[in-house]
Write a protein that binds this ligand. Structure first.
Ligand SMILES: Cc1ncc(COP(=O)(O)O)c(C=O)c1O
Length: 450
């Protein structure tokens, strides 16, 4: 192969893709892969969906680009209407972007501009969680809690306050889940007080953790309490549903599981499910009204409301609804979770299985009692993924505890997955885990049921 001029985050390069259908991709040598992570938790309705391709072709035949300052377009209007109908009451103002990081930037800037025009200009701090991931732009880096993505840029950003994510599964203080949730939520109140409530603009969180924590779910009490605390201090609640939104957790929005009412919501990834670069911010109508009354939102992107992307997004949401894929995420997700839990019998080095719907992960540890991570130099997060990849199974991994230690693996197939697909995924995963354990010298309990 001739030298490539492309570069990415890492130096390793993969085979070239030839085609993709449903839950499968094939490389140019003809090898088939099961996309058991939906790429980076993106391809929620599977690959090459005929409805979406047809909608995109129809749109291409009429107009692929019409700049929003020159023309409105049907696709953007229809998608905004449908999206608004899926949001909590009053969150019916929609702003389109090209992806997750742009969406998070938009949320931060809308929140800030709202405070600026509504007599609360002293509010600018955005509290977030550690670990967390909110995107790659400098604004998103300021609120992201993952060392490797922040460290080189620290001097260039205005880093924002962080509180610990509710990692109750690591604690050994014998609190009930409810008590543990309240313990972590209290850290938000403490941080708001510490920063000075008049300076705190917003609290942003992923309702179910993404790649930074490996599908972390907090106890129910945490969600109810953080909503209460935000209201008490007039702090805006921003839900980063970039990964969780559009059905992945078994509800359209993950915040629905706890009846949360965020002020602003970010969606991307599954929103256009990989068919086009597209995301959407949904915002409270009063917030948007205040900003619009003062000259409009001082922020925007050339590709906002792009007709081709919006036609794709509209067809994706229609497919999700008409094929019952959100219910499928709940049902198949519950089965996949119990299948992953059953692996704990065979592999003593699986320390935890967690997540909601089809946003699921398992974490490897050296010791299940203490939850001590595997030695960092073992690079388990790379090695197991490689074993799986060789076997034609794609899973997604990251370091768990802030990006430097810990190894977790996301098993997040498209929402179209069937029971037979899940069986095949599990079989390949067991083969991969066996090979990984053998190479790493980790124990297998052969008598353990899987
Ligand atoms: C929760 C969350 N927020 C924001 C982003 C950034 O999205 P993008 O990579 O589309 O810019 C991601 C991407 O992984 C994410 O998982």
């Amino acid at each position: 192969m001739s030298e490539s001029h492309l570069f990415y985050q890492t130096t390793s390069r993969r085979p070239r893709v030839a085609r993709a259908r449903g839950i499968y991709l094939w490389d140019t040598s003809g090898k088939r892969y099961i996309d058991a992570s939906s790429g980076p938790m993106v391809s929620n309705i599977g690959h090459s969906n005929p409805r979406v391709l047809a909608a995109m072709k129809r749109q291409m035949d009429s107009a692929t680009f019409a700049y929003r300052l020159h023309f409105e377009n049907d696709a953007a209007e229809a998608l905004a209407t449908l999206t608004a109908s899926l949001m909590p009451e009053g969150l019916d103002r929609i702003f389109f972007v090209s992806g997750g990081s742009e969406c998070i930037e938009s949320c931060l800037k809308l929140a800030r501009q709202y405070a600026y025009v509504s007599g609360q200009a002293s509010r600018w701090k955005v509290i977030s969680l550690f670990p967390s991931y909110h995107g790659s732009t400098l604004g998103a880096a300021a609120i992201t809690g993952m060392h490797q993505f922040v460290e080189p840029f620290r001097d260039m950003i205005r880093e924002m306050p962080k509180i610990p994510a509710a990692t109750c599964y690591l604690d050994r203080d014998e609190l009930t889940p409810d008590e543990c949730g309240l313990k972590y939520a209290a850290m938000l109140r403490d941080e708001i007080k510490h920063q000075g409530p008049e300076s705190v603009l917003a609290f942003i969180m992923e309702p179910v953790g993404g790649a930074s924590t490996g599908a972390l779910v907090a106890p129910d009490s945490w969600y109810h309490e953080i909503q209460k605390i935000c209201r008490e201090y007039g702090v805006l609640l921003i839900a980063d549903e970039v990964m969780t939104g559009a059905g992945r957790t078994g509800r359209f929005l993950a915040t629905e599981h706890w009846n949360l009412r965020p002020d602003i919501i970010a969606m991307a990834k599954g929103f256009a499910a990989g068919y086009a670069p597209l995301g959407a911010m949904a915002a409270d109508r009063d917030i948007v009204a205040a900003v619009m009354e003062h000259g409009g939102f001082a922020h925007g992107y050339t590709y906002a409301g792009n007709p081709l992307a919006c036609a794709a997004g509209l067809a994706v949401l229609e497919e999700l609804q008409e094929q019952g894929l959100i219910e499928n995420a709940a049902v198949r997700g519950a089965r996949l979770k119990s299948m992953l839990e059953s692996l704990m019998d065979r592999y003593p080095f699986i320390g935890d299985v967690r997540g909601k719907g089809l946003l699921l992960a398992f974490e490897l540890v050296a010791d299940r009692e203490t939850m001590a991570p595997l030695p960092a130099e073992l690079n388990a997060h790379v090695k197991l993924v490689e074993e799986a990849y060789q076997r034609g199974l794609i899973i997604y991994s990251r370091r768990t505890r802030g990006g430097t230690i810990g190894d977790h693996f996301m098993v997040c197939p498209p929402l179209i997955v069937s029971d037979a697909d899940l069986d095949e995924i599990l079989e390949l995963l067991i083969d991969s885990l066996d090979a990984f354990a053998q190479a790493a010298g980790l124990p297998i309990d052969a008598a353990g049921q899987t």
